[in-house]
Design a protein. Structure first.
Length: 549
């Protein structure tokens, strides 16, 4: 009996089948018929046998040759998952389940993508049905064994490498300058070896790696270029300071092999004599002691790794020196650091903030949360998970124990609290309303409490500018109390500075009083106010210059 035509009501629905193949190594892939071809032919035959069920094989090829199944970072697999998510694939067919992945965690994520798109998964050599609980159990058992096999294989390879290196054998990797690899050992390459000796001798003369790098750059020196097994060209660039440090510290040049901190006598011939190598190590150690004897600046930035900008990007500690070598610390968004691509999504988000104000704000909130006034940074960092500098608030994500929701709310003192965890250890998000503002060439953190606990500090420059402005207007009889006729007869003062500061006299009375009392916002300067222009409306002046309550 012939099957019904495709347009017949009883004909099965068409199922688009994608074949995925994988091989862990590149060995044999250059052959006309390799493992990937064999997997594909077997899967195509299986799809053909299911033609009566409406299975149709797709022509798109999803092959990952030379990729491990231990992770999902594979180009063909990513394309396959994208097509599944776009509902371009109904059934994914593999030769064995471990071809798709050998990681149980990755498989769970992949199955979630399949389920969300309504796609099925078939292994032609392992009969199971993922639509039933028993089928899912069988699949998980198979994957557990696949993952176990991968881990045991990895342990065996690591043990072999350790034993081989203990015998002094070269076990592969990037061949260092001055050597060439041959039969599991290294042989001296004369031209490169002489270059290595020259680098060691020149460093002893300069006693500075940056100076050595500058000299190499001026001479146009380049590292050795080499081609990977995938055909990619590496090296051939100028020497970096890190590469030079690694070269000068490498005991391989005196005939030794290092493995996980242990040094073994190698089978390869040395390039350097022991005295030259020891002299370079002593010089590097001496420079390191001088550098490490300075105050550790990074240790003074406790929020490193925990502070993020409004886009979720990390903010790194940055330093600068002012007059009398005074140290200024900042947290700077990674999106604006030198050498980084500017991928910031928000143009108004804070990208740079002084460290002391934000650290004081965070410590104050953590002390409230823990109800401990003697909290130090090591103890506080055990509670702090994340600090986010949003455009209109500072978000502090922290954990707390043995505290009820009522007690936490009372400790917040007006800050908004969101609970993100349950149980004994609760995660809370403390939202401190405020706006980081940019004034005086720096970003200041102004919270809902105004300028914080900062003591009033009058600005002599601002006060002097106010006095000059009022004196000039009084001399010209141009104050707001003078009649219009008298104002019209006045003429502009000759001095440029007096003409420039005159608009300060038209600031709102409460703003002028705050300046005289030293209660102006942090970073507010006379040059900044005059450069931005002073609005005519007093309400606009308060908003622009940060005097709003």
């Amino acid at each position: 009996m012939r099957p019904p035509p495709a347009n017949h009501p009883s004909a099965p629905a068409k199922l688009r089948c994608a074949i995925y193949t994988r091989k862990s190594t590149e060995e044999g892939l250059e052959q006309a018929f390799n493992s990937l071809h064999a997997q594909r032919e077997a899967c195509e035959a299986y799809i053909l046998s299911q033609a009566g069920e409406g299975w149709i094989g797709l022509k798109t090829i999803y092959d990952d040759g030379g990729y491990s199944g231990g992770n999902a970072d594979r180009p063909a697999l990513k394309r396959l998952l994208a097509d599944v998510a776009d509902h371009k694939v109904d059934v994914v067919v593999v030769y064995k389940v471990d071809r798709l992945t050998r990681s149980l965690a990755d498989f769970v994520k992949i199955v979630e993508i399949f389920d969300a798109a309504g796609a099925s998964f078939v292994s032609i050599t392992q009969a199971f049905n993922t639509t039933s609980s028993m089928g899912r159990l069988t699949l998980n058992v198979l994957l557990s064994f696949a993952q176990f096999e991968r881990e045991v294989t990895g342990e065996r390879i690591r043990d072999k490498i350790a034993q081989s290196k203990a015998k002094g054998m070269w076990m592969g990797g990037v061949v260092p300058l001055g050597y060439a690899a041959k039969d599991r050992t290294l042989i001296v390459e004369p031209i490169g070896a002489e270059q290595v000796r020259g680098l060691f001798r020149r460093y002893l003369e300069l006693r500075s790696v940056p100076a050595l790098k500058a000299e190499l750059d001026a001479a146009g020196a380049r590292s050795r270029a080499w081609v990977t097994r995938r055909g990619l060209v590496r090296g051939g660039a100028s020497f970096s300071c890190g590469a030079l440090f690694h070269l000068l510290r490498n005991p391989l040049y005196i005939g030794r092999i290092v493995h996980k901190g242990e040094v073994h006598q190698g089978l390869h011939p040395p390039i350097l004599d022991q005295d030259l190598f020891d002299a370079v190590q002593a010089c590097l150690d001496a420079n390191g002691l001088v550098r490490n004897s300075r105050p550790t600046r990074a240790a003074k930035s406790p929020l490193t790794g925990r502070i993020f900008d409004a886009d979720g990007g990390p903010m790194s500690p940055s330093f600068g020196y002012g007059q009398q070598k005074r140290l200024y610390r900042y947290y700077v968004s990674a999106s604006v650091l030198p050498g980084r691509a500017h991928t910031a999504k928000s143009k108004t988000a804070v990208r740079r903030v002084p460290a002391p104000p934000i650290e004081a704000l965070v410590m104050d909130r953590i002390k409230r949360l823990s109800r401990s006034s003697n909290l130090d940074w090591p103890e506080a960092l055990r509670l702090i998970e994340r600090v986010e500098l949003q455009e209109a608030a500072v978000h502090i994500v922290a954990t707390t124990t043995h505290t009820s929701a009522t007690e936490i709310a009372e400790a917040a003192k007006g800050d908004q609290i969101q609970f993100e965890g349950r149980g004994r250890a609760r995660r809370v998000r403390i939202i401190v309303p405020g706006r980081p503002v940019f004034r005086g060439g720096r970003t200041w953190c102004v919270n809902a409490e105004g300028t914080g606990s900062r003591a009033p500090k009058p600005s002599p420059t601002l006060i002097r500018g106010l006095r000059q402005a009022h004196a000039a207007l009084a001399a010209l009889e141009s104050s707001p109390l003078t009649e219009r006729a008298s104002q019209a007869q006045g003429r502009a003062p000759d001095e440029f500075q007096v003409r420039r500061t005159a608009p300060l006299a038209f600031l709102a009375p409460d703003i002028q009083r705050a300046i005289l009392d030293g209660r102006q916002p942090p970073g507010l300067t006379m040059l900044g106010m005059l450069a931005d222009g002073i609005p005519l409306l007093w309400s606009e002046q308060r908003r622009v210059f940060g005097f709003e309550a």
